[in-house]
Design a protein. Structure first.
Length: 335
């Protein structure tokens, strides 16, 4: 009797509607996924408004204004997908509870699909942070090689006089300079992102400890509570410790935010996004007649027709980040 596996439609529904854990991957909070109904990505890099309305003589023609503009950036798209093959041995285990165990087969396909979706979400999160960390997305893997620059101003990638792992570094002085970089950009700095290593540098800093000696933090200051302590100095900025990452094929852990980086981002007018992830159309969504953007999945069932039975599950997405306001990002090289 044929074992019925979930269909492509069923698995696609699962991966497209699966919620991302905001405590694990926080990139979605400032970089939402948005659909782009084209094969490539074009977006406008928006300049900050400048100047002000001049004085006017009655009876004369108003002075023609030169307003801040925008430039269109074309970045193409990125293709991200992989396949998990459930081979004959795994299929036999799915039948282990009896000669016909449809539930076991369905659960096996769903489990592998969710694992693939975890890997895809990890890739989307990595892509989200690359423009902020490195000012570019640079790919050189699996025979694919390209670079997408995001035009973050060079002054927005400062290096302090003393690296922050030195307890005598003037961290608060450096932060004050980074905050001034937001002048004239149309945004105010609202979030600072760094990992636990950099949090440890903040907690061990002589200047910070000296200023906190008469506060509740005088008895104990560490990477675990430095975020709330920093709010005493900068109440309008949220200091976010983000230590998530991924384990590569060699077994090495890679943080989305490296130990060398302190990232400060701004917020403009309400509802104005700094960036998003543009997902482009795929033939796997809607077919040749009506390709759609977004996540997709393919389930290919060859469990009965082949001499070496298998079921292939493919999960993926096409797209890349779009950074509309590169001058709302300060990516400091502090380590």
């Amino acid at each position: 009797m044929t074992m019925l596996f979930p269909t492509t439609r069923e698995i696609t529904h699962v991966v497209r509607n699966r919620a991302v854990d905001p405590t694990r991957f926080i990139g979605r909070s400032f970089c939402p996924i948005r659909e782009v109904y084209s094969a490539e990505i074009e977006f406008d890099v928006i300049e900050a408004s400048s100047g002000m309305t001049p004085a006017h003589n009655l009876g004369s023609d108003p002075k023609l204004a030169k307003l801040a503009g925008m430039r269109t950036k074309k970045v193409g798209t990125g293709y991200w997908k992989e396949t998990k093959r459930i081979d004959e041995k795994e299929l036999l285990y799915a039948r282990a509870a009896g000669s016909y165990n449809e539930r076991a087969g369905r659960m096996l396909v769903l489990e592998k699909s969710l694992q693939l979706d975890d890997r895809l979400e990890t890739r989307i999160e990595w892509l989200t942070w690359q423009p902020l960390v490195n000012g570019k997305v640079q790919i050189d893997e699996n025979g694919v090689k390209y670079t997408v620059p995001y035009d973050i101003p060079s002054k927005n990638a400062p290096t302090p006089t003393k690296k922050w792992n030195d307890p005598t570094a003037d961290i608060l002085g450096d932060l004050n300079k980074y905050i001034l970089l937001f002048r004239g950009t149309g945004a105010k700095p609202t979030k600072a992102y760094f990992n636990y290593t950099v949090a440890g540098y903040l907690a061990a800093n002589n200047g910070i400890k000296e200023l906190l000696k008469n506060t509740t933090y005088s008895a104990f200051l560490s990477a675990t509570n430095i975020s709330s302590a920093m709010k005493l100095f900068y109440p309008d900025i949220d200091f976010v410790i983000y230590d998530e990452g991924y384990v590569d094929a060699s077994g090495n852990f890679n943080s989305f935010i490296p130990d060398t980086k302190f990232i400060l981002v701004g917020q403009g007018q309400p509802g104005e996004d700094m960036m998003d992830f543009g997902t482009t159309i795929s033939l796997h969504n809607g077919g040749l007649d009506k390709p759609q953007p977004g996540k997709f999945s393919i389930v290919e069932d060859k469990s009965e027709a082949e001499k070496n039975p298998f079921v292939d599950i493919t999960v993926g997405i096409y797209g890349l980040p779009r950074l509309y306001h590169p001058n709302w990002v300060v990516s400091a090289n502090v380590g």
